[in-house]
Design a protein around this ligand. Structure first.
Ligand code: COA
Length: 147
């Protein structure tokens, strides 16, 4: 799961991270959505897709990220979930242009960007969890670009 994200995160930091995420979701500051493949079994969760905004040296940006558990990968769920969340952003006129920064080596994530309608911007270095990654910067305007 974390191969393209620098490996597992420290277990002892997870409770605080989930608490922060839950607080942000409750305050509607970010969208943290679980991917439920079959509405008849809502307890079966395949992964998450998240949309949030944060500050960069170039100002505030909206960013999207995603994860699909290994046994659910390669079935189109990631692509469908990302497309659904971007369609919601479009329908609610929220978030503006949305950016994604998958590692250059992350074939499946770059595949999602390519097939959902993102445009390639440039290669760029991004810091995540104390490490620097070479990433592909992609952006999409959900109002006009969704494939
Ligand atoms: C990245 C990830 C979310 C992809 O989810 P998924 O549900 O397996 O992806 P999908 O089945 O929806 O495939 C999306 C696209 O990528 C392509 N793809 C999927 N796996 C691929 C692979 N291993 N190599 C090349 N292309 C791949 C698919 O063909 C599809 O493109 P298409 O529509 O043109 O056919 C999943 O692999 C994952 O969670 N990885 C670990 C965590 C991670 O890296 N998160 C992202 C950080 S940016």
């Amino acid at each position: 799961m974390m191969a393209d994200l620098g490996g597992p995160q420290p277990r002892e930091e997870m409770a605080a991270k989930v608490r922060r995420d839950a607080e942000q979701a409750a305050a509607d500051l970010a969208w943290f959505k679980m991917i439920v493949p079959d509405p008849a079994t809502p307890e079966v969760v395949a992964g998450t897709v998240t949309l949030w905004s944060h500050h960069t040296d170039d100002g505030p940006i909206s960013e999207i990220g995603w994860m699909v558990l290994p046994r659910f990968q390669g079935q189109g769920l990631g692509k469908r979930a990302v497309r659904m969340l971007l369609a919601r952003a479009r329908d609610e006129s929220r978030w503006g242009v949305v950016h994604a920064f998958p590692a250059t080596s992350n074939a499946a994530s770059n595949g999602i960007c390519r097939s959902v309608g993102f445009r390639f911007v440039s290669e760029t270095d991004v810091a995540f969890a104390g490490r620097v990654f070479r990433t592909n910067h992609w952006s999409v305007d959900p109002g006009t670009d969704l494939a």
